[in-house]
Design a binder for this molecule. Structure first.
Ligand SMILES: [Zn+2]
Length: 236
């Protein structure tokens, strides 16, 4: 997942710098339908216009780019709940609604990002919250109205990116591993055990790798780099 880190400088009013225990993820929409009001534009806003007011969050996602404005491990001002769990204990994500963007695609990319954070930080899907849950604000406004997906639909997209099928019982990871596989150069490594997961790297040249876990036909690399489609490999 390609994330552009463009952090608010340390010491600014909107970078309070307290430790965020990362118990929740908070979903927002920017509410800014202006043309060009994408992720990059909001990164500029946070570093300039908003630098001296308590307004900040961690990521902005549009249909093409993801900007990160703060380390996930720091708190921010996006939930409207003062020193509550929204501001102090959640990772805030804004989805762009700029009129020249593809909102459905931005939502899809946000779901992929949220799934990635849930996995990395061990945050359960139940702890993905709407801004509305913290302060009553009608945000994320479109998703709350089911445009173009409902809240349940959005959470379903997150689960899909996490490789969890909500309608079937979750198959337990099959641990036939560890074992070695031959992999050809050019094979893609994904962030999770499905083709829906983002490509995190491409293996440069032919080699032998250790698989430590199998799930859904994918194998997790011992290196921690990610998952291989086992159909692309040859077991040794
Ligand atoms: Zn919001």
């Amino acid at each position: 997942m390609n994330i552009i880190q463009d952090f608010i400088p340390v010491g600014r009013r909107n970078r309070p710098g307290r430790v965020n225990p990362m118990r929740y993820i908070s979903i927002h929409e920017t509410g800014n339908t202006n043309r060009g009001a994408g992720a990059r534009n909001h990164a500029g806003y946070l570093k300039n216009d908003a630098a001296n007011i308590p307004v900040s969050w961690h990521y902005t996602v549009d249909d093409r780019e993801i900007y990160q404005h703060l380390p996930e491990s720091e708190d921010a001002f996006h939930a409207g709940d003062g020193a509550g769990a929204g501001n102090r204990q959640s990772i805030g994500i804004e989805i762009c609604v700029n009129s020249d963007g593809d909102f459905a695609r931005a939502i899809d990319r946000a779901a992929a990002l949220v799934a990635d954070i849930c996995r990395r930080r061990t945050i359960p899907v139940e702890n993905i919250r709407q801004h509305h849950d913290w302060s009553g604000k009608n945000c994320p406004q479109n998703i709350r109205a089911g445009r173009p997906v409902t809240w349940a639909g959005f959470l379903g997209m997150v689960r899909a990116y996490m490789g969890v099928n909500p309608t079937a019982h979750t198959p337990a990871p099959v641990s036939a591993a560890p074992y070695l596989v031959r992999v050809k150069g050019g094979t893609r490594v994904r962030s999770g055990a499905s083709m829906n997961h983002a490509v995190v790297m491409t293996i440069e040249r032919d080699g032998v790798f250790t698989i430590v876990e199998e799930l859904n036909g994918f194998g997790r690399l011992k290196s921690g780099a990610g998952w291989l489609n086992l159909a692309d490999t040859q077991r040794r």
